[in-house]
Design a protein around this ligand. Structure first.
Ligand SMILES: CC(C)[C@H](C(=O)O)[C@@H](O)C(=O)O
Ligand code: SF4
Length: 427
């Protein structure tokens, strides 16, 4: 019997099985940010265990609220900063170099096919786009990870989602994942790995695959996973070119992590996406989805472009193409947070930032900020935001505020009209 990618990673990283089904895995990367890691640090210090297993395998960033907005967030940032210095963690990203963790760490080339990755953050599943097993964990697991470089998991079963056909114009990875979550439901993949397969994924850039895997958790999934292929090799090539004689050799090496043809899945879904429309959420759960066409005309107060889901260069490009030469509606505020400094600078160099500013957008520094209602665009009570983020929970972007999740294209069209709009008319 063949193995899935997740099964291969579990088998190759297994160090112990203390109880049947509970597997302790060796970790390749432990990622840290300033909201959850300081809690782990404080506890480790209190227990006299202020140590790290391997500073080169720990990556840390201040990203959720940055630069700090008040004493509380400044203290969280300081705890992470002091800890990174104390333990000689070289890959630590502070104000000026920092960006949203799930965009920044892949951009730095920290993730490889076959890796095990944990972080005290639910959207860690994003990194599965590289063919890795990447899972969000709680404080206790994070502490053990930092201290010993291992983590215990119940081995998840894999759900295979075949994305067939090809995406029509104006339809993007975000529409695909919103549609998939709509089909699976918010608990449809609980404690499962979602393996994204098929021609639609194969045609996607790494950025789009990250958008796809990013929201696996919104269907309950432990990790999303895409098969590593030449797209993966091309993305990682600047970081691995000294390790392989040629790209084909890297591809052959990565290929061993792909699921075997005779691997066994708990469930298989087949979706033909050739007629998929732009998708928007309408309620307070990410599986409450309709087409942008059906929701067109719904008023919004703010449009937000950014986050670990859709704050990457290709997202900004798509939105800029729609905004170019136009002004956003007078009733909306437009906010753009490029996800990393590199994305920001590349967007500047391409004239994208100018297009956003000409259209009337406010451009913030790279940060999570508005995505979780902490800074740089918090909603007032009763306000509605069209957003490229991943969660529409009640009050997510501000107490009493409502969020409609959508693609960068749909949010750009919505910004121009001041009401939810179908982006296809701007193509
Ligand atoms: C702050 C952090 C723990 C949280 C998460 O785990 O997801 C945040 O990133 C979010 O998106 O709500
Ligand atoms: S951008 Fe939003 S979803 Fe992503 S890590 Fe930050 S707060 Fe969480």
């Amino acid at each position: 019997m063949g193995k899935t990618t997740a099964e291969k990673i579990f088998a190759s990283h297994l160090v112990d099985e203390p109880f049947p089904g509970t597997k302790v895995l060796k970790l390749d990367v432990v990622m840290c940010h300033e909201i959850t890691t300081p809690i782990a640090i404080a506890d480790l210090m209190a227990r006299g265990k202020d140590r790290v297993f391997d500073p080169s395998k720990i990556k840390a960033v201040i990203d959720h609220v940055t630069p700090s907005k008040d004493t509380k967030t400044a203290t969280q940032a300081k705890m992470l900063r002091d800890w990174a210095r104390r333990h000689n963690i070289k890959d630590f990203f502070d104000v000026g170099q920092n960006g949203v963790c799930h965009a920044l760490f892949p951009e730095k080339g920290f993730i490889r096919p076959g890796y095990t990755v944990i972080m005290g953050d639910s959207h860690t599943c994003t990194h599965g786009a590289f063919g890795a097993f990447a899972a969000g964990v709680g404080t206790t697991d994070l502490e053990v990870g930092i201290l010993k470089g291992v983590c215990a998991f119940r081995e998840p079963k894999t759900i295979r989602v075949n994305l067939n056909g090809s995406l029509p114009a104006g339809v993007f990875a975000k529409d695909v994942i919103l549609y998939v979550i709509g089909q699976l439901g918010v608990n449809g993949a609980t404690d499962r790995v979602i393996e994204f397969r098929g021609p639609v994924v194969e045609a996607m850039t790494m950025e789009s695959r990250m958008t796809l895997c990013n929201m696996a958790i919104e269907a309950g999934g432990t990790s999303g996973i895409c098969m590593p292929d030449m797209v993966t090799v091309e993305f990682l090539w600047p970081f691995i070119s000294d390790q392989y004689p040629a790209k084909e050799a890297a591809l052959a090496d990565f290929h061993r992590w792909c699921s075997d043809d005779d691997a066994c899945y708990e469930q298989v879904f087949d979706f033909d996406l050739s007629a998929l429309e732009p998708i928007v959420t309408f309620g307070y759960k990410p599986d409450q989805v309709k087409s942008a066409r059906e929701l067109a005309g719904t008023p919004v107060d703010q449009v937000y472009l950014g986050s670990c889901t859709n704050g990457r260069l290709e997202d900004l490009r798509v939105a800029a193409n729609i905004l170019k030469g136009n002004k956003i509606a007078p009733n909306v505020r437009g906010i753009l947070s490029p996800a990393t400094p590199k994305i920001y600078r590349d967007a500047l160099a391409e004239g994208i930032i100018d297009i956003f500013m000409e259209a009337g957008f406010c451009v913030t520094n790279p940060t999570c900020g508005a995505c979780l209602g902490m800074s740089n665009g918090v909603l007032a009570e009763g306000e509605v935001c069209a957003s490229t983020t991943n969660r529409n929970f009640m009050g997510r972007m501000g107490k009493g505020g409502m969020v409609h999740l959508m693609s960068p294209a749909t949010s750009a069209a919505t910004a121009l009209e001041g009401v939810i709009a179908d982006p296809r008319k701007y193509l």
